[in-house]
Design a protein around this ligand. Structure first.
Ligand code: ZN
Length: 154
């Protein structure tokens, strides 16, 4: 018997007392949803930059360092519930959110068709003191999510 079918009743019981919550708005997730609630998914402030070589993120690098492409998945606002999502995996141990957001970015890059030649994903290293304090590098989880969708190694 698979372990999931043995654990399923206990998981359901656990979710009854500790329901899974949307990491952006904090609302209880509907049955079968594992990341963002439908409202937060629908309302994401997506940039759409990945389809354009000439986008505001890429322009920030021009003349500074050589880059082939640059993009951003979301617009950031300090008063947005997506700030809560990002702070969750940056400061509060919600590394699964980084993995899932990385997968969203990976799908965005894949659908753009502009990142087909990517052969690996390199996470930004974290200072060892911060790594010790936090216990993980959120950039590694973002990179794993992107790499999983692009089918390349980290
Ligand atoms: Zn939500």
């Amino acid at each position: 018997m698979p372990i999931n079918s043995i654990l399923y009743p206990f998981r359901e019981l656990l979710h009854l007392f500790f329901p899974e919550r949307c990491p952006a708005c904090g609302g209880v997730l509907p049955e079968g949803v594992r990341f963002l609630c439908p409202h937060c998914q629908w309302d994401m402030p997506l940039t759409g930059y990945s389809i354009r070589h000439d986008n505001p993120v890429a322009r920030k690098f021009w003349g500074q360092i050589p880059v082939e492409e640059a993009t951003s998945l979301l617009f950031f606002s300090s008063h947005s519930r997506y700030r809560t999502l990002i702070h969750g995996f940056k400061y509060y141990g919600q590394w699964r959110s980084a993995l899932q957001l990385g997968e969203m970015l990976g799908r965005d890059l894949h659908q753009s068709g502009r990142y087909d030649t990517v052969d690996r994903v390199i996470p930004i290293p974290l200072h060892r003191r911060r790594l010790w304090y936090r216990g993980y590098n959120q950039s590694e989880y973002l990179a794993q999510g992107v790499a999983r969708i692009l089918a390349v190694p980290v």
